[in-house]
Ligand binder design. Structure first.
Ligand code: GCU
Length: 646
């Protein structure tokens, strides 16, 4: 199959049958504007009278509804007519896709007026796509779904696939996409200047779906692209360069979203190189964007990636807070601090980053990772909706949850040019769930999964089996990989598969400190790195206490003895053995459950899922045996149940 040809591409959650309920009805669309035209195109033929579905762009929402803003919509059904009202074209588009999601249910009985308004003003996917194939990272950094949908081997691709992608994203509520990798190499840096036409082309394709395009830029661009002697953010020449360059971007793309910057992080240039703060750096770019209504997403992922593993006083978990919390209140309004949900790096289990509560006078975006870098790389089925839901509902500051503290939600995309979009077909559910949770963080992740199953796999797919495979798959993945919140233990470099000491003696700051007495990182104020002190109460004390710390985070915060008794009643060492045996066994059960789907899904999809589940079973057994053997050899404590440990 030519990968630019859409004919073999799985329709994901927008198969033709999803439109059946609409196609069989008389529909009226009222209003003008690009996105309203998109709705008309989606609907096909429209009528002016006798409609059973009315989609109306109107300034006047029913009084009981309240403001709908730029993207919200109201929905009701009365006297046999289903009505969607929106105050702006994007709202009508979101309302339309909501009706698609509801299917026949949108046309049944009466429906009181519902108001749907997104909780997050920006719901953004970041692509870590390279233009050229990177010698180590490939075309897409941490991409597990084939190549980039934007570029292939140094050139822009046919954009038919991007159009289909925009349509899929709009149907989940996403409204912003960053096209290129946060690690900006020279080819991608040039998207800002002489390759701007490529960005404008993508923006043109995504615009009808209400999606704005953003770019990752290099902080050193004034030097590398502009030929200036410095990139000092306080230098007038540098500021002028950003202003002129940004003005040219907006000439080409009037609705351009803005910049994403990874600075002073893992080798990327940044303001520290000029003795300036990250607020100086972010504000320089924010000032260039402000006249055009653009924003800069400034990443808080700043830490020392060249630390000495012998140095026990440096704690990577502390770094983002130490760098950024003192700067609260000094960022421009159009600078958004983009904070990974956990203090380290997208691990299967981390506590919430304390930065999210530490900067009340700063616009904070929480960053998640849809691409499964540390959660099975789309070879393992791992539905992340429950994890994200837990993150978003976590009451970090008194009663205020992470969703309440965050102004925006951002995630690293898992999509590529794979025919199923996401490598593992079941990983589509993660992309879908991200959009839905960004729109409404209080949604139940298992109901979201239901929606995806219905739309993507159809009514014939054994829903019960799919739920049994996916509902707990994140916790299953957690159970056979790194235990009790300790993190990493993955193969260095590509991060797939177990290697308990893989990072233990490296400069990356990701250690577990296992010895013959115990395992885990002492991050307490009393005897450790003091990281627990970055949390508001009660968490500062809960995490500080060996007794009160939740089991799943114990080894993140404490160096616990192997015989320490958990809340579960088990000891640390027995918990490791038990969860690893149970987790690996569970993957065998997942593989068996998939057999029930035979004949219910397309043969190519079935074959792909089988192949992935076989690999998951193999890999989980490898994790089990390496982790259990490692800890048996360290601790000398045998498994109480006498199972095989090598
Ligand atoms: C992880 C990942 C890198 C990525 C980085 C980031 O460390 O392994 O590939 O560049 O996160 O978020 O910037």
């Amino acid at each position: 199959m030519d990968i630019d040809d859409l004919s073999g591409v799985h329709p994901a959650w927008l198969p033709p049958r999803a439109f059946q309920a609409i196609a069989s009805r008389r529909v009226a669309v009222h209003g003008t504007g690009l996105l309203v035209e998109t709705v008309r195109e989606e609907v096909g033929a429209t009528v002016t009278a006798g409609a059973e579905l009315v989609l109306r762009l109107t300034g006047e929402a029913p009084s009981e509804v309240g403001p709908l803003g730029d993207e919200g919509f109201a929905l009701y059904r009365r006297d046999g007519v289903t009505v969607v009202l929106a105050g702006a074209p994007a709202g009508l588009l979101h309302g339309f896709f909501h009706v698609v999601r509801l299917g026949e249910a949108a046309f049944a009985g009466e429906r009181p007026v519902e108001r749907h308004v997104p909780a997050m003003r920006r719901r953004m996917l970041d692509h870590w796509d390279n233009i050229d194939v990177h010698p180590v990272m490939g075309q897409v950094e941490r991409g597990y779904s084939g190549g980039s949908i934007f570029w292939r081997d140094g050139v822009q691709r046919d954009l038919a696939r991007v159009r289909a992608y925009g349509r899929l994203l709009a149907a989940t509520g996403i409204n912003a996409v960053t096209l290129n990798n946060v690690n900006v190499h020279l080819a991608e840096a040039r998207l800002l200047t002489d390759r701007l036409g490529e960005v404008a082309a993508v923006a043109g394709v995504l615009r009808p779906y209400g999606i704005r395009v953003h770019l990752s830029v290099s902080f050193a661009a004034p030097v590398t692209l502009g030929g200036l002697p410095t990139a000092d953010p306080l230098d007038e020449g540098v500021r002028g360069w950003w202003a002129r360059t940004t003005a040219r971007v907006y000439e080409a793309i009037p609705d351009f979203g803005g910049y994403v910057v990874k600075a002073d992080s893992e080798g990327q240039p940044g303001p520290f190189g000029y003795g300036r703060s990250h607020a100086d750096g972010a504000n320089a770019l924010a000032d260039a964007l402000a006249p055009f209504g653009g924003v800069v997403h400034w990443r808080a992922f700043v830490y020392n990636h060249r630390q000495d593993w012998r140095d026990r006083s440096t704690d990577r978990a502390r770094a983002a807070y130490d760098h950024f919390a003192p700067l609260d209140g000094t960022f421009r309004d159009n600078a958004i601090l983009q904070v990974k949900y956990g203090p380290i790096d997208f691990q299967t289990r981390e506590p919430i980053s304390p930065v999210i509560a530490a900067m009340p006078a700063t616009n904070v975006a929480v960053e998640l990772q849809v691409t499964q870098e540390y959660t099975g790389q789309q070879r393992h089925a791992c539905y992340l909706g429950p994890m994200w839901s837990e993150v978003l509902r976590f009451p970090l500051a008194g009663r205020v949850t992470v969703a309440g503290l965050a102004r925006e939600l951002v995630a690293v995309s898992n999509a590529g040019d794979d025919r199923f979009w996401t490598g593992h077909p079941l990983a589509q559910a993660n992309l879908y769930a991200f959009g839905r949770l960004a729109w409404e963080p209080s949604l139940d992740p298992l109901s979201i999964l239901d929606e995806w199953i219905d739309l993507a796999l159809g009514p014939d797919a054994d829903r019960e089996a799919l739920h049994a495979i996916l509902d707990d798959s994140w916790r299953t993945y957690e159970s056979y990989t790194a235990p009790l919140g300790v993190g990493f233990m993955v193969r260095p470099g590509h991060h797939y598969g177990p290697d308990v000491d893989g990072y233990e003696y490296t400069p990356w700051g990701t250690y577990h400190f296992a010895d013959r007495e115990g395992v885990g990182v002492d991050r307490t104020r009393a005897t450790g790195t003091g990281f627990t002190g970055q949390y508001p109460q009660p968490w500062a004390d809960v995490y500080e206490s060996l007794e009160r710390c939740p089991d799943e985070l114990l080894l993140f915060f404490h160096h616990a003895p192997y015989d320490h008794v958990l809340h579960s009643g088990s000891t640390v060492i027995q918990h490791i053995y038990d969860t690893h045996f149970a987790g690996a066994e569970r993957t065998v059960e997942m593989r068996r459950l998939w057999e029930r789907l035979a004949g219910q899904v397309a043969p190519d999809l079935d074959a792909r899922v089988r192949e992935r589940l076989d690999e998951q079973v193999r890999s989980a057994a490898e994790w089990r045996d390496q982790i259990n053997t490692y800890f048996f050899r360290k601790s000398g404590v045998p498994d109480a149940k006498g199972r095989t440990i090598y």
